[in-house]
Each structure stands twice: as C-alpha cells, then as structure tokens.
Design a protein. Structure first.
Length: 653
C-alpha cells in the first residue's frame, strides 16, 4: 500500500523552488512528521514487499506497524503448518526418483493434524531402499543387505529452536503398530558442514546428512515423546526402517518449538524516487533484546534492476545482456528464458552501490549508502535472535530533496595517515559539478572524531575567502562560505582544519547544504578524485603507529584529593586517549601500597577517543578508604592483548 500526502505550510513559491519528500515504510498508525515547511509524505506498508520488485519477507512476521522474526508457540504443533513457514517443505525418499517434495497422500498423513489418518509401514511403494554396507551406518541395521526404510525430512526454511517431537500410531493400535527402530537427526542446514555430520543418506545423487539426536534400535513404546537438542535446527530427519515383526504405522509426527527464528530477513522493494535526488539520512525506530540484533542496511542505484541478467547467444562463449529482440534483460524476461539460455546473474556495480555496512541500531540514524544523487533506494533488515531474545522494527524513514544540491560532489582529505592521538593539520578538498536545475550551497559540514583544534582557512579556486564557523564541537564543524551554484561548477573548494585521529581508517564524512533551506536534505560528499594533485581519493585517515598501545596520555586531575563532601576535590578524575580500539572493555583498579585491591571501576566497552572516569575514594564496600597513597591502574582489553597504565594518587581528609 502506498499513501501520498502533500503537506503545505509556507506557500506555493517555496515548493516551486525545491521539493522535500519524506518516505516511511511501516509505522502505519503514526502521524506524518511535523515540520514548519511544506513536504510530500509517502507511506509504504511493510507487506508491500514483493519478490518481483526485489522485495523479500523470510521468517518475518508482518504487522501494520511493526515487523519481527517469526515466533513459535511451544504448545502448538508446527508440523501441519510447515508449508506456511517461509521456505518450509517436506522431502521423502522414493525408490525410483530419489528425494522429492512431491509427496503421496499418505506421506502427508503423518503431519495433517488428524490422528485417524495413517502412514502404514508395510514396505509399499514408494519406500526407499538403502544398501547398508558403508561404515557410516550401524551394522545392527543390517550391514551387507538391502533395508527398506521410510525417510521424511522436515525443512523448516530457517533456524528454529525445537523443544520436543512426538509421534504415535492410532490409539487402537498403540500397543501393536509402533515403530520398533528409528533414527531422529537434526541439521542446521549449513552447507559448509556437509560431510561432517553423524549420519549421511545418499540416494540417486542427492545427499543429506544429520547429527543423530536419537538412534533407537529396540523400541517398545507406542507413543514417543523426545526432547530435542538445544542447538537451532533447520532440517529434521525421521528415518524408520521396516519392523522386524509386523508392520508399523504413524498417525501423527508432531514438532514443537519455541522462541524466535534465529535468522530472519526483510528486504524492501526497490523504491523509485522518480528521478535522481539528494538522499538524506535514514532514521528508524525499534527495539532489540540484549542477546538479539537487527542489522539494517541500505543501498541506492540509478536503474530499476540491481542485477545484470546474461543470456548465452550460442556464438562460442558469448554472453549478452539483451534478449533476441535487442531489449535489455530484466528479472521477468530472464525467468522466461530456456534453461540452456540462462548464463547467470551478476550484481550491477556500474549503476548500484554495494550494501552499506550495518548501521548502529541504537543510534536510530545513519547515512544512506550513495555516491551521488540517486533515483532508486532499497533497505534490508536482518534479524538475529537467541531463543526468546528477539527484536522488532517499527519503521524506516528517509527524506529526499529534488532537485539535489549538486549533480555530483567529489571530496578527498590529505594527509591520508597521521600519528595517533596527536593534533594534525588536514586539507579537505571538494569539487562540485552542477546541472542547471541544481540548488547549489553555501554551507559545508565535516565530521571529526573529537573536538577539532580549529578551522584555519577556506579557499575557492586557490583564493582565500571569508568563512563563518557556525558550529564546532565534538561531532565536527559547520562552515558558512560564499554561495556555490551552477555558475561555478567544477571549482575546487579547500578547507584547512586541525584534528586528532585515534582509530585506523577514521572517516571524515562531509555534507553540503543551503542554509536558506534548512529542511532540505544535506547532500553527502562522495570520496573521489576532487583534486588531481592529491593522491588520496578517499575521506578516511589511517594512523602511522599501529603498534602503539591503546592507552595514551593517562593523567589524573587532583593528584591529591579530599573526599570530605565540601565540593572541592571530592573525586579524582582519570583521563586518557584510547587509540585504535572498538568495543574494548575498560576497567580501573585501585591498589594500596601493599598491593591489595581497594576498589574497582567498570569503564564498560569503549571505542577510540577521549575517555574519562572518576573515583570518589570509596572501597568495594562503599566505605571511604583510609587516607594515604594509592596506585591507580587502567586496563584495556584489545584484540591484540591487554594494555595497562598506572598512576599514583594521594587521598587526604
């Protein structure tokens, strides 16, 4: 469903000059955003996702407002619903055709939910026959001879946590027609593990293998109820050979699970924005339990198809992107080709960006992956759950501006590598290219990893110009500069500034915008060759001293402190720079001069940058430690090992 709503607030002339459109997927019951400017609002429903338009809903429960991984009710037998699971199916082994999903009616009787319909284990067609001569199969099942066995494989379409299984004959035959021997196996479906599991079944070239949960050789119970292993399962095997005495029957084979699907994916349709536009940041709302995760990504492109579809022309090894009538191949026309004509599908790297890295879900905002104004956008959400720990996504929203600020805006930074944690001088170069309808800009925004040391100069085409610092803080800075528009296309703009780098590959992202249109999208700058004299073509900066320890410049404020409650020097403040770390556990220990640990401060997981903490002079029991001299030790656990630094602090009161 698509709902378009135009909100007008400030007049027709404003909207003629430029147009802001906000797209939202999901959150159907939420009102449109509140802005004091006109904009168009486009609402798209979660259930619009369509494979024909590159959408996908796999093991995801779709509601009007939210999406979340499918969840199993431990009281509900899911076997009768297996075909309702995304990708869920059942295989049986037929003696003549091998593994097949084309089940006979009685094959289905064991999971139809009706305890009065049965599969009879009387060796009637289409049972499989297996010669038990291999070392992977137990001799007690008849090594060296043919054994007739019935095999079902229940494929859940994805990973789920199974609690138990239960199977039985009809009640009137519960003491007569039970399964005397059987195997139950599980598989997580990982093809990299094929050939390493306990029990392999190969038939007519088709191969499955399973870890054996149960290998029962002498069963005398009519109703079997078996607990399942704790590992997530995609495929479940039931392998039941002929009884040595009499026949067996199965009225029902029941499967009970719990918790969320371990992995689930939602992929939106390709969203057509009408023409190439400036893409603003993507925002979202949702939640994730402590052991669960949502990985949200975006990509953008210039064509309605993100893939290239190839056709064999049968002129040697020649392949073509066109059909026999000279029309470009699409997903639909490729599917209609004969099997021998299909030459494969590749990603269209010329017209589409790659998927972005996963955004920090807790941040709720990130830049859309785009190296220039784009017409098409797509996002995907991959859900990772652990048992009852799940997550949900309420909505995904982004804004676009038409026309864009510039048709293209390449930028690069120099130098490309500096010493970690030391002030360095940088030059940021950008070269915009305009078409006549582009808006132009008078402002530049540059991100930095910490508070910049300052902005020293701005040059346009080599000439210094005046500039205004509108913002300078821990996130970076914003500058006002003389207006740049289509009359100055291709002119080079340089910004000199000072900053510190703490992490290898630190990104100095940048954006350009028009301060007279504050609600328009700030257009991201594209890493590229903005200046042929600079051999960088990137916006990231490396560090020269990778071998340097993660702790730099550990210092304490108030080397002697007096925690007597007068508000003066009541705590000792610990400060340092953390270098080249990501999600590194940090801890502070306080020892007396005899080496006894007095107190400890949990610094949590930290990333590169400025770190600060404080000790109030209290011990692990919350009591003030005695006056004296103490050793303070900062510990950082990195991927390469544990770094430590110490300082002495005195306490008096």
């Amino acid at each position: 469903m698509r709902v378009s709503l135009v909100l007008l607030a400030l007049g027709f002339l404003w909207s003629q000059a430029s147009a802001l459109t906000i797209y939202r997927v999901g959150g159907q019951s939420l009102p449109p955003p509140e802005l004091d400017a006109p904009y168009e609002f486009v609402s798209l429903a979660w259930d619009d996702a369509d494979e024909a338009r590159e959408g996908q809903i796999k093991l995801v429960e779709v509601e009007a407002d939210i999406i979340h991984p499918q969840r199993l009710d431990p009281t509900v037998n899911i076997a009768p619903q297996i075909y309702e699971l995304d990708g869920g199916t059942v295989f049986v082994m037929h003696s003549h055709t091998g593994w097949t999903e084309n089940l006979e009616d009685d094959d289905r009787f064991i999971f139809d939910g009706d305890p009065e319909t049965v599969y009879l284990g009387d060796c009637h067609w289409p049972w499989g026959s297996i010669y038990f001569g291999g070392r992977s199969l137990d001799e007690s099942w008849g090594k060296g001879r043919w054994i007739y066995t019935k095999v079902w494989i229940f494929d859940l379409g994805g990973l789920f946590n199974l609690q138990r299984i239960r199977f039985f004959p009809r009640e009137k035959f519960v003491t007569e027609r039970f399964v005397q021997r059987f195997r139950v196996g599980t598989s997580d479906g990982d093809p990299l593990k094929d050939g390493t599991r306990d029990h392999a079944i190969t038939h007519r070239g088709f191969f499955f293998d399973f870890d054996l949960a149960y290998d029962i050789k002498e069963n005398s119970s009519g109703v079997m109820e078996l607990a399942m292993p704790s590992e997530p399962v995609q495929r479940l095997l039931l392998d039941a050979p002929e009884n040595s005495r009499g026949i067996w029957e199965l009225a029902e084979f029941e499967i009970y699970g719990f918790g969320f699907a371990n992995e689930a994916t939602y992929r939106s349709n390709i969203i057509d924005l009408g023409e190439a536009v400036a893409l603003g940041p993507v925002t979202w709302s949702g939640r994730q339990d402590p052991e669960a995760a949502v990985e949200l990504r975006t990509r953008s492109g210039d064509s309605a198809e993100p893939n290239n579809y190839w056709r064999f022309t049968f002129r040697g090894d020649e392949k073509s992107l066109f059909d026999q009538q000279g029309n470009p191949l699409t997903r639909r026309s490729y599917d209609k080709l004969n099997k021998g004509e299909k030459a494969g599908i590749t990603y269209d790297t010329r017209n589409w960006d790659s998927w972005s890295p996963a955004y920090d879900f807790s941040a709720g905002v990130g830049d859309i992956q785009a190296n220039k104004p784009r017409r098409y956008v797509q996002f995907r959400a991959d859900f990772y759950s652990v048992r009852d720990q799940g997550s949900q996504l309420d909505y995904v929203q982004f804004a676009v501006s038409d026309p864009p600020i510039a048709t293209q805006a390449l930028a690069e930074i120099t130098p490309g590598a500096v010493r970690a944690g030391e002030p360095a001088a940088f030059t940021y170069v950008l070269t915009p290219v305009f078409s006549p309808r582009d808006l132009g800009f008078d402002s530049i925004e540059i991100d930095t990893p910490s508070l910049p040391g300052g902005v020293d100069a701005v040059r346009i085409s080599g000439e210094e110009v005046g500039f205004e610092i509108r913002r300078l803080d821990e996130r970076g800075f914003e500058l006002g500069i003389p207006r740049i528009d289509a009359t100055r296309t291709g002119e080079r703009i340089e910004v000199d500034f000072r900053a510190e780098v703490f992490q290898f590959g630190t990104l100095f992202a940048g954006r350009i915008f028009d301060s007279e249109k504050p609600h328009e999208v700030r257009q991201a700058l594209t890493a590229g060759d903005a200046d042929p004299l600079i051999d960088s073509d990137r916006l990231s900066v490396d560090i020269l001293d990778l071998a340097q320890k993660s702790i730099k410049g550990l210092r304490v404020q108030a080397g002697v402190f007096t925690p007597n409650g007068d508000g003066i020097n009541d705590v000792v403040v610990i400060e340092c720079d953390l270098l080249n770390v990501e999600a590194a556990p940090v801890a502070i220990q306080i020892f007396d001069l005899a080496g006894r640990e007095i107190s400890q401060i949990d610094g949590g997981e930290q990333v590169s940058g400025w770190f600060t903490a404080a000790w109030d002079g209290r011990d692990v029991d919350g009591r003030l430690a005695p006056p004296g001299t103490y050793l303070l030790q900062l510990t950082v656990e990195t991927d390469e090992g544990v770094d430590r630094a110490q300082r002495v602090v005195g306490m008096a009161y």
